[in-house]
Design a protein around this ligand. Structure first.
Ligand SMILES: *[C@@H]1O[C@H](CO)[C@@H](O)[C@H](O)[C@H]1NC(C)=O
Ligand SMILES: *[C@@H]1O[C@H](CO)[C@@H](O)[C@H](O)[C@H]1NC(C)=O
Ligand SMILES: *[C@@H]1O[C@H](CO)[C@@H](O)[C@H](O)[C@H]1NC(C)=O
Ligand SMILES: *[C@@H]1O[C@H](CO)[C@@H](O)[C@H](O)[C@H]1NC(C)=O
Ligand SMILES: *[C@@H]1O[C@H](CO)[C@@H](O)[C@H](O)[C@H]1NC(C)=O
Ligand SMILES: *[C@@H]1O[C@H](CO)[C@@H](O)[C@H](O)[C@H]1NC(C)=O
Length: 521
């Protein structure tokens, strides 16, 4: 009797439990990676058609004032590659000669030029005089022109986000932790050359057009580019002006879009950001408190989702460049509830891995205020930041707390209260063996200049381990990420340039992931 508990069976069990592959099977079988599906409208960037939108943000992710003759800072390039007489389903790329193919533009120049106060061609969209309200309608309008109905869950476009880090403390354009102020009193320092430093850029557009290779392979190419210097004439070159450019081409061997990006800062605009965003098709997306449009039909939720992409960096943007190998953004309240657009209680949550090897760890044993209160190890163990012999300080760049949190553990740093429409919480991590278990870079320099890589990042598992603030005793928030971004933030530096390519981007989720257009979560 008792054979089940014989010593040999016991050791066999121990042996089984010590085998990592078996643990993985038992823990993850409901979501085995084979069952994962793409969450986005353009899986792996393989669509022959172009769906790209452009958005420009001032310091608090609004418009403030439109640039002269530029309209509201939302544009789109949505172009279908078609054979003229074939059905919609006919694939034009790779077939026959280019003379069979045409480009169908969904968005006209007059759509892209629409500016505050102008009527939309469709009655469904309301014309506001306030540029901050108009831009939201314009994004929804452009989204409606670009919408692809290839499932019950329509999607619109990839989003290119450009942000100006100048902040005029004499203006009242940006609220403080989501509260409108009549006067700002702060010791924080921000770049601003004087009146008008928060301006929107000049944006130029190369509409998608046909290109062919050897008269066989036909595809589209196009781009957006421009500058913040309103007096610049880019026909004479970039000169000492700020500059951004994003263009898309097909990789003829893989069929993926290649997004080629450049961002250059200047003395007047020393702090700029340029990201490629995969935003939810509807609803709030990271950093924004209005209904936006995007490409993620299903919402990735920790711990079960992954992100694939190829990143090839040619130029890093200097020592202050924070190059993000994935920035994830979401919103939830400090009591764990989903956001509802009330900027006094909604909190933007960001986490990003910075892969510039020149970025140091601000989180240190002698600067615990820049560390999260604890680290969660891969096995689920909490390690407090004061456990100096065990806490992996070098896995963190910095942590800062939301400005509207009421039960913070000392010491703490509050995140910049002005650079978002509402309070924000920020957790910036660095390449480290702690994160490498999820497919992230293991050491600084991995994936940097001259080391192009195709990453498969278990962003879901990693983001599940991160500390985010909540009021004591509240139910943990569902970590549903409405924006997944890759790109660069060049922090205060003059004349720095970053250049990089992104391709093969995909977000993969279990089939039962929540639809973006379903409901609030
Ligand atoms: C803000 O006001 C102060 C005091 O009037 C002035 O010295 C400063 O130049 C102003 N800053 C900007 C950006 O206009
Ligand atoms: C726009 O088109 C011009 C002319 O073909 C080209 O030189 C430039 O590189 C293009 N820029 C982008 C961002 O597409
Ligand atoms: C196209 O993809 C192949 C395979 O991943 C890669 O080797 C090549 O460098 C890519 N081409 C460009 C222009 O990025
Ligand atoms: C990015 O892609 C472009 C267009 O395919 C290619 O010419 C360029 O060499 C690539 N740059 C990098 C940094 O890979
Ligand atoms: C936002 O939330 C605060 C705190 O719960 C509440 O006092 C305020 O009335 C809300 N504002 C709106 C516009 O609902
Ligand atoms: C370390 O931090 C934890 C959590 O804040 C606290 O309970 C503990 O007393 C601290 N230990 C030391 C030695 O300060």
């Amino acid at each position: 009797m008792g054979s089940l508990f014989s010593p040999s069976f016991f050791f066999f069990l121990l042996f089984l439990l010590s085998q990592p592959f078996l643990l993985i099977l038992t823990h993850c079988s409901p979501h085995a990676s084979l069952e994962y599906i793409s969450a986005i409208g353009d899986p792996g960037m393989k669509s022959p058609n172009v769906r790209v939108a452009f958005e420009a943000w001032n310091f608090c992710n609004e418009v403030g004032a439109e640039a002269p003759h530029m309209g509201s800072p939302r544009l789109a390039d949505c172009a279908d590659l078609r054979t003229p007489f074939a059905s919609d389903q006919q694939d034009c790329s790779g077939l026959g000669s280019d003379s069979n193919c045409i480009v169908l533009q969904k968005v006209s120049e007059s759509d892209n030029k629409l500016g505050a106060g102008e009527k939309f061609p469709s009655e469904r969209f309301k014309s506001y005089l306030d540029p901050d309200l108009y831009v939201v309608e314009k994004e929804r309008y452009l989204g409606s022109l670009c919408e692809v109905h290839d499932s019950s869950n329509p999607w619109s476009f990839w989003m290119i986000m450009l942000k100006n880090g100048n902040f005029d403390k004499n203006s009242t354009l940006c609220p403080e932790n989501g509260k409108k102020m009549t006067k700002l009193i702060t010791d924080r320092k921000f770049p601003c050359f004087g009146k008008g430093c928060m301006n929107q850029p000049l944006v130029y557009h190369n509409y998608s057009r046909l290109v062919s290779f050897d008269k066989r392979m036909v595809s589209l190419t196009g781009g957006f580019y421009g500058t913040y210097e309103l007096d610049a004439d880019l026909n004479n070159g970039i000169g000492k002006n700020s500059y951004f450019s994003v263009s898309w081409h097909k990789n003829v061997s893989t069929g993926s879009w290649i997004f080629s990006n450049q961002l250059t800062t200047s003395s007047k605009y020393p702090w700029l950001m340029l990201y490629l965003r995969s935003d939810a098709t509807t609803g709030f997306n990271g950093g924004y408190h209005y209904d936006g449009r995007g490409i993620m039909r299903k919402l990735p939720e920790s711990p079960n989702f992954k992100v694939r992409l190829t990143l090839d960096i040619k130029n890093g943007g200097g020592k202050n460049s924070q190059f993000y190998l994935i920035d994830i953004g979401s919103c939830w309240k400090n009591n764990g509830d989903a956001c509802n657009g009330n900027t006094t209680t909604d909190v933007t949550r960001y986490s990003e891995m910075i892969i510039n090897p020149e970025t140091s760890s601000w989180c240190r044993p002698n600067n615990l205020a820049s560390c999260p209160p604890y680290h969660v190890s891969a096995s689920g163990e909490k390690i407090y930041r004061n456990e100096t012999s065990r806490f992996p300080y070098s896995a963190y760049h910095l942590y800062c707390s939301p400005g509207n949190a009421r039960h913070l553990e000392k010491p703490y740093d509050i995140c910049d209260p002005y650079s978002n429409p509402q309070s924000q919480e920020l957790l910036q991590i660095l390449p480290h063996p702690e994160w490498a278990v999820h497919g992230y870079p293991k050491k600084q320099g991995d994936g940097w200049i001259g080391d192009p890589r195709t990453w498969e990042l278990d962003v879901g598992a990693l983001s599940n381990r991160l500390y985010f603030y909540q009021d004591p005793g509240t139910k943990p928030a569902r970590r549903v990420w409405t924006s997944i971004n890759v790109g660069v933030e060049i922090y205060i530096s003059e004349g720095a340039t970053a250049e990089w390519n992104v391709s093969d981007f995909d977000v993969i989720v279990p089939p039962d992931a929540r639809d973006a257009n379903c409901c609030s979560y």
